[in-house]
Write a protein of this length. Sequence first.
Length: 223
Amino acid sequence: MIGLAIIGLFGTFSIVTIGAILAKRLGSAPLIGLFSGLIVITSILAVKLINIGWFLITAEVFIYASTFLITDMLSEFFGKKEAKKAVIVGLIVDFLLIFAVTLAVYWPPAEEFAIRQAAFEQILGPTTRIVVASIAGFVIAQTHDVWAFHFWRRVFKGRFLWFRNNASTITSQFIDGLVFYSIAFYGITPLLPLILGSFPLRALIAILDTPFIYFARWVYRVI
């Protein structure tokens, strides 16, 4: 499991960093596109609980963590306006995903697919609570991340990227976990193991993305 976690974490961060390098030539579009794609993946994977060591978390934790790296990259390289744009586009994509999946679930299946309909509904059919939890956590945490990154950027006059990246992301990760788990799993499973148990891992993930944003900034300066 630890091996899969390492692959998931560094694989996702590496792909995001490639997007940041492309953004040097193509503008913010690659990063915003990646952000939207990751939001779709996150919404699908969020219904599954997994264990990593003694941590009980949702399966999208590495994918979702990388969205904060993207908003920090957008903030650092393109400014607050582009980071906010990514959040807005991501929210629209989230609603579109919910609409599309709900439509597909309720659409009567072809005879050849009828035997698989129940599994399709169970896996992809989002419950109202998961949907509300996902959107609430996303909007609050991502908005805070953009605000916090620029707050610390003003305080330190553009210096200490490592602190700005980690201070904004770690706090935002905690906010997201608090909001999402409280709404999605209240009355289903104990909340404290999810909220407090997953936070050290979320914080560690936030710290581990620091070399990637520094590498992307180095690329921006030399290309």
